[in-house]
Every structure is written in C-alpha cells, then in structure tokens.
Design a binder for this molecule. Structure first.
Ligand SMILES: [Zn+2]
Length: 636
C-alpha cells in the first residue's frame, strides 16, 4: 500500500533523520514514495514533531464566554527535532512546560494570518514526549458559539457548542489543525453543575452532580472532528448503540424523528462494512447551528430544522452517518480534496436512503441534487468562479469554507455515480467496500484516489482506461456532457400538476380542499413543485397558493425556505413578517445565504435585508456571519 498514517510518517522521518529546514514556514510537505500531502492551511510541520494524543483539562466559563484549559500533547518527533509548531487562533498562551518539569519553556507566537491564525512554536528538549500548553480562548474564538438562555428552547440556561471544521479547532485548542494529522484524546471538563457536557468521544447519559465530566476517544481523529457541547440536555436511547441528546423541550420530538436510527446504521453497515466508532448518537442543537449537521465522531451535531414531525428530512442523518466511513475513517488529506469527504458521503447517503425507502425515493434526492448543482455551476461560472467548479480545488490563501459548495457534494456524487453506472453496481460496491477497509484511519488526496481507482477498479476488473472521465470530472470546470440522469416517477406527477396549472387550471381545482391533487406528496415532491413554479407570479397567485397549500404555516424548514424564496423574488409583502421570523430564528447557512442573496437584488430589498440582519446576527454562528457580512458588506 502507498498510503501512510501519521504514525508511519513520524517513524519514517525519525528513521531517516529527515529535516524540514528547507521548507516554507507556511507549509507542510510530507513525502514518502509516491505520496505527497501538502496542506496549505496549517503551520504544522509533522515531519519534525507530530501530535499523537491530546489530554485536555478545561473549565467552561459562561460568564466571560471563554474556556480556560491545559492541553497536554503527547508527541512523536524526529531524532534531532528542536521544536514543534501548533496552530492557534486568538488563544492567550499563559505558560508552556515539558514532560514532568514545572519549569516554563520558551515559545514564540507568530504573526496572525486572517484565516490561519498564528503559529505557536515551542522549543523541545532531546527527550521531550509531552508538551503542556496552559491557555485561555480569545474573545472571538470562532469555533465557539455561546448562546444566551433566550436563544435555547428551555430559556433558562446558557448553551455552548463548537464547530471546528474546517480550520477553527485552533481557536479553542492549540493543535496541529490539519485533516491529515490524527490523534486520540482524553478530556476532563468542568461546567456549571446544572449543565451536561458532551464531546466527540465516549459520553455521559446523565448529568453529573458536580459538573465534572471525563471523556475518552480511543480512535484517532483529525482536529476538525474535535467537538464540545454544553447545555441543559437530556438523553434518550433508541437502540443499544444509538440514541439522541437534546434540550428537554425537544427530546420527544427528536426521539420520534430519529426512531429509525438503528435501521439506518444497519443499512449502512450492510453496504460498506462495520460501523467502527462503537456508539452512534445524535445531538440536536439550538437553531443557531450554522450547518445541517456536523459529523463529529460518535456524536453527530444536528440542526433542529430537520425535526419536521414526519421523518421526511432524515436523509441528513443518513449523510452524517455516512461520514463515519467517508471523512471520519478515510479523510481528505487537505481541504482542496474536500470532495473526497463530501462526494462519497452524498453517494453513500443516497444508497442508504435507497436501501431504506426504495430507488424512487433516492432518485428524488438525486434529482434535487442535480437541480442544485446545475444552478450553482451556472452561477459560479457567471461570477467568474469557474476554477472553483473543479472537484480538485485550489484554496491557498483563502478560507477553506469557500470550498463548501454543491461542487464538493453533488458534483462529487455524480462523478461517483458515473463510475457506478460505467462499471456496474456490483463491481463498484465491492470496490468501495475495499476502499473503506484499506484506507480506514488514513488520509486520501485526489491524486492518491485516482491511483487507487486505476489499480483497484480499472486494472483489477480488466476495464478499459477511464482517464478522460476522471480528468473531465476532477480537473475541468463545469459539468461533463455525459453525466448521470436521475429519473423520478414521483417528480413526473408533480410536473403534470405544474403543467395543469400553467395551462390555466385553477389552484383550487387542482388541489381540492382535501389536498387530493397532491395526495400523499412527500416533502421532496413539494420542494420540486416550489422550485418549478413559474416566474412572475402575481400577488393574487401567491395569495391563492399560500391559502390553499399553506406553505407559510409549514413546520418543515426546507419547504419554508423554498416558499420564502418566492416571497422575496415576487416581493410578496404579506409574507415578509414570517420571513423575518424565520431568518431571525434560524442560523443554518444553507437557508440564509440564498434568501439574503435574493433579497439584495430587489429595490428596497437591501435595506430590508440589513434591518433583518441586524436583529438576526447575534443568533448566528461565525460560519454564517462570516459569509453574510461579506454578502451584505457589513463590517463586524
Ligand atoms: Zn457532509
């Protein structure tokens, strides 16, 4: 095998006395045989000294919104390494010591880069094996979202959650923050005794009497999967190895919504091999969580916007669960290879949903994905961002979050689906199963993947070379001519209804008061309907639609967001107060960005957007405010 783990890298370099002195300070270059992992988003030089284990002792201070902590890092180092470099961002470093000695050692905190933060360089002694860093998080630690009691469902206690991906772990732990560097961890965390602390590790199921919690994570993870959440939380098991954490007010709803969690884990295992992280639990966060979900190992963080009441949005859980293989087990080597995490995960997600609910269901997901993808590709090319429509990205000098577009997710998905369709499902499935097994707990770059594909899919099965297909999808802009076509019978019935309507039939005749025209329509069918409503709807038509179909009253946030996009596009005045309520109470960037973007295109829209944003901004996480500040030209 040509893949190497960090342990192997460290041993290899220790063995051959490699010195990284010729290297650019901002870069890490690891080379062995034909492997090159070059991460432009870390200061770490793992070839000198690399973190193998983190022991974290921390106290969470809600009053001052900071964490005071000691990070004890067990390291492997090259024989003659004189220093270790950690990534930090805004941390106040109080003291650094080595091994068992109480003596402080010298360290240097370098200049701060907007995205990368500051390198923390610590001098080592010849036999150093543990480095202790005492520190406090900064005032604007970007990974930390502190919520006031009024921002929670309970309304009584404050709440904290972290979002470390892509490179924000360094704003709460001094660490080598590169997806290619894995370590195990243990932690002792003190929180106010009314609250429960949870991490991406073995977790408690009840509150402790004294607010002290201990955590162990025995499987090595990269820093972006470090996670902590503290709040007035309750736990309910779903099966022996799955369960849900949520605020008390939400827990019953969450238990119902995720009732099929165990079946989902079993479906995933039947596809691509055993679940390797022991437990799989979900934590439902307050609404300001900026993403749909975050695949923190053992404990997926999820947005409450998927609690639709009818289990219709659980594909998001299938997605986060799939990350337990793609991403958490086989990890993108750098953020330029982000599609390896997300494209595989979308592919796997659709396969889980197909297994549980049938091909017609997963084809609805695929059709919606193709709609999103085409729209985003067109938009990016129009705005001059063509290079970002390649799967392999170049994010040097930029925020790696710029790579979070439907390119990584949906173009990645359709590339893998193209491979499946070209080689046959059976062949492709056995290839994928082997891929996850061979590369478990290792890093993968795009180039390594292509080599692996050629060896284990193409050569092994005697298939004709597919270099052209690889090149078009991975390295060329836009979408290839030849691509998979999702076919959904359920969407055909929606199209028929749309044709009737655009042909002059009245809404109330199509959708009788008992909803017969849309009998049994699923959330995805409604989304397809909303996305394909004709442009230029009149106020009267908008009113009729909402009166008969009650979009603005929907408990389903996907449907609400799709409806609100019409409210904005058609400047439908009666819909604005609900739109404002939605924007103020939801922090999920996927919903926010399109709505704000759409708003600033209309006459008074920008003014209105700024007014709403002023009220909403305190409820959003940095990941969302960072994007919306830029969109609206707001200086924080
Ligand atoms: Zn994902």
């Amino acid at each position: 095998m040509y893949l190497i783990t960090c342990a192997a890298i460290a041993l290899f370099f220790a063995g051959c006395g490699f010195s990284g002195s010729k290297e650019n300070n901002n870069r890490k270059m690891i080379e062995k045989q034909d492997v090159t992992v070059h991460d432009v988003h870390t200061y770490a030089k793992p070839e000198e000294a690399v973190v193998k284990h983190l022991d974290w002792e921390a106290e969470v201070d809600f009053e001052h919104k900071r964490i005071k902590a000691k990070a004890s890092l067990t390291i492997d180092k090259a024989g003659d390494a004189k220093y270790i470099i950690l990534d930090t961002k805004g941390l106040r470093i109080e003291k650094v010591a080595l091994d068992d000695s109480p003596r402080q050692v010298t360290f240097t905190l370098g200049d701060r880069d907007q995205w990368l933060g500051s390198p923390l360089m610590i001098n080592l002694e010849p036999n150093t094996s543990v480095v202790h860093v005492h520190y406090t998080t900064g005032d604007s630690a970007e990974a930390l979202q502190w919520l006031a009691p009024r921002q929670t469902s309970g309304g009584k206690y404050p709440f904290l959650f972290t979002q470390s991906q892509a490179i924000l772990a360094r704003s709460w732990v001094p660490i080598q923050d590169s997806p290619g560097i894995r370590f195990t961890y243990t932690a002792k965390v003190k929180v106010p005794k009314e609250l429960m602390a949870l991490m991406s590790a073995e977790n408690p199921t009840e509150k402790s009497a004294d607010g002290l919690y201990s955590f162990t994570m025995n499987q090595p993870i990269p820093a972006y999967l470090l996670a902590l959440s503290v709040g007035d939380l309750a736990f309910q098991p779903i099966s022996d190895r799955t369960g849900v954490y949520a605020e008390h007010a939400v827990i019953d709803k969450a238990v119902y919504e995720f009732g099929e969690l165990e079946e989902m884990v079993q479906a995933a295992e039947s596809l691509y091999g055993p679940y390797r992280w022991d437990r799989y639990d979900l934590l439902v966060l307050p609404p300001s969580f900026p993403f749909g979900g975050m695949e923190n190992p053992r404990l997926t963080f999820a947005t409450p916007t998927i609690l639709a009441g009818d289990r219709s949005l659980t594909s998001l859980v299938a997605h986060e669960l799939a990350h337990s293989w793609s991403g958490n087990l086989v990890t993108n080597g750098t953020w330029n290879d982000f599609w390896l995490n997300e494209g595989f995960t979308v592919y796997f997600e659709h396969r889980i949903m197909e297994k549980l609910y049938g091909r017609d269901y997963s084809e609805m997901l695929a059709s919606l994905a193709m709609q999103d993808l085409k729209k985003e590709v067109d938009g990016m090319i129009k705005e001059g961002n063509g290079p970002d429509t390649r799967l392999k990205l170049d994010l040097e000098g930029r925020n790696p979050d710029d790579g979070v577009t439907s390119i990584a997710y949906d173009k990645g998905y359709f590339f893998l689906r193209q491979l499946e369709e070209s080689t046959g499902r059976e062949v492709f499935d056995s290839f994928l199963k082997k891929y996850f097994t061979d590369n478990a707990f290792k890093v993968m770059t795009t180039e390594m993947f292509v080599t692996y594909l050629n060896e284990h899919l193409i050569s092994k099965n005697g298939l004709k070379p597919m270099e052209d297909i690889f090149r078009q999808w991975i390295y060329e802009e836009g979408l290839p001519e030849e691509k998979p076509v999702p076919l959904s019978g359920r969407f055909d019935s929606v199209n028929q209804v749309l044709e009737l309507w655009t042909g002059g039939a009245k809404i109330k005749d199509i959708f009788l008061d008992d909803g017969a025209g849309a009998d049994g329509w699923s959330t995805h069918q409604w989304l397809h309907f909303l996305r394909h409503l004709p442009e230029g709807l009149t106020v009267e038509q908008m009113k009729t639609l909402d009166e008969h179909l009650q979009f603005s009253e929907s408990g389903n946030s996907e449907i609400l967001a799709a409806w609100f996009s019409h409210v904005v596009r058609h400047e439908y005045e009666p819909g604005y107060s609900q739109l404002e309520q939605f924007l103020v109470n939801t922090g999920r960037r996927k919903f926010l960005m399109p709505l704000y973007s759409e708003m600033i295109k209309t006459g008074d829209g920008k003014k209105r957007a700024l007014e709403i944003y002023k009220k909403a901004r305190p409820n959003y996480h940095f990941v969302s405010t960072n994007s919306i500040d830029a969109l609206l030209n707001v200086t924080p």
